[in-house]
Design a protein. Structure first.
Length: 99
């Protein structure tokens, strides 16, 4: 019987492209306006579990900011963090600055 599976290299490259494409899609969704992860899930079709991982990546790169806690429009849960990747919408730091 002949092996019909593609070589491992093609599987790995497809996975990387998919990861990058999803990360970009999530970043752009958060850029439009502050949203919860579940709202981005509904908007983009990317699973919330994956969005959690992408949010961590973006936070470590200082490209994602917590804006406030509010009611989620999808789950109706009362206190969920709304995130944004737009630096203009990011809250200003409350820490004192040394001159």
């Amino acid at each position: 019987m002949k092996n019909t599976l593609p070589p491992n290299d093609s599987l790995n490259s497809q996975g990387k492209d998919s990861h990058k494409a999803q990360l970009r899609k999530v970043y752009l969704a958060f850029y439009e306006s502050p949203k919860t992860m579940k709202e981005v899930d509904r908007e983009t079709g990317v699973m919330r579990e994956s969005i959690c991982r992408y949010c961590r990546t973006l936070r470590l790169q200082n490209r994602l900011f917590a804006v406030n806690k509010r009611r989620c429009n999808v789950t109706k849960y009362p206190r969920v963090i709304a995130w944004t990747s737009n630096p203009d919408l990011a809250p200003k730091s409350n820490q004192l600055r040394l001159l």
